[in-house]
Write a protein that binds this ligand. Structure first.
Ligand code: 0L1
Ligand code: MG
Length: 259
């Protein structure tokens, strides 16, 4: 395999230039999961060197349907950086993305560190606030196609995220109706129960997976707990919104055109 630093530089450039590249696995053969996570960390190190801060993590493949589709038994995770934040009601610059998709999620903000094997109760006790959220995923690979190692190296496709108003930690997030609309038309409906049966289970998994990589989830960090429905292509859309029942609403507008 070409060395980790070279692949990470290639992925970082693809994200910065909004220009798709070939899958790593297509060019280099198999990619071990541990190497893929090392590449992911090296990609993020490029952003941190440019002044971004680590502000949380995201969970991926948290639905039974996505795990079956990918032949997986576990979730994947990626890192959230400050340059990925889009304010609720803010503007997403379309030119920064290759072929973006959006998915409805639940986010939590932590008030205590969390790492390794934790119980559901311990995970919940570390939560300061919960919110409805939208994740913008944008694979850096051509045609949004990848094998597991590719997508892990590519920060689990994460590219931007929008968090709604924070609510108290005891707000029930287990079975929240989610209705996502693009340009005013409903495109996806579902429930937060699709996130591992209960999004807090995804926080348990985030602590375990990040902990295995030597990372402790930090107070004030945001954890994006996973998609409640399939992702929708943003395409030429100008507005995306999520109605998450008692969690409230979150949304953004889209400006500009593809690079
Ligand atoms: O957040 C997600 O569940 C997506 C994980 C990465 C796979 C994809 O790009 O669909
Ligand atoms: Mg997601």
């Amino acid at each position: 395999m070409t060395d980790i630093a070279t692949i990470a530089a290639r992925l970082d450039a693809a994200a910065r230039d909004a220009r798709a590249i070939q899958q790593i696995t297509g060019q280099e053969g198999e990619l071990a999961l541990s190497d893929a996570y090392d590449i992911q960390r090296a990609v993020i190190d490029h952003r941190l060197a440019r002044g971004a801060a680590l502000v949380g993590v995201k969970m991926g493949f948290t639905s039974e349907a996505k795990m079956v589709q990918m032949g997986l038994k576990d979730q994947i995770w990626g890192r959230l950086t400050s340059d990925m934040v889009v304010q609720n009601g803010g503007v997403l610059d379309r030119a920064r993305f290759i072929h973006p998709r959006v998915e409805p999620e639940v986010a939590v903000r932590l008030k205590a560190p969390l790492t390794g094997e934790v119980t559901y109760e311990e995970a919940l006790a570390a939560v300061e606030a919960v919110a409805p959220a939208l994740e913008i995923i944008d694979s850096r690979y051509e045609n949004f196609r990848f094998a597991l190692g590719d997508v892990v190296a590519d920060n689990a496709s994460s590219s931007a995220f929008v968090v709604g108003a924070w609510l108290p930690a005891d707000t029930d997030v287990a079975d929240v109706p989610m209705v996502m609309s693009v340009d005013g038309a409903v495109v996806e409906t579902g429930t937060s129960a699709a996130i591992l049966g209960d999004p807090i289970r995804s926080l348990v998994a985030a602590a375990r997976l990040a902990g295995a990589a030597g990372l402790t989830l930090q107070p004030s960090w945001t954890v994006m707990l996973g998609g409640a429905t399939a992702a929708a292509a943003i395409g030429l859309a100008r507005a995306v919104s999520l109605d998450a029942g008692h969690l409230g609403r979150v949304g953004f507008t889209v400006a500009g055109s593809a690079a």
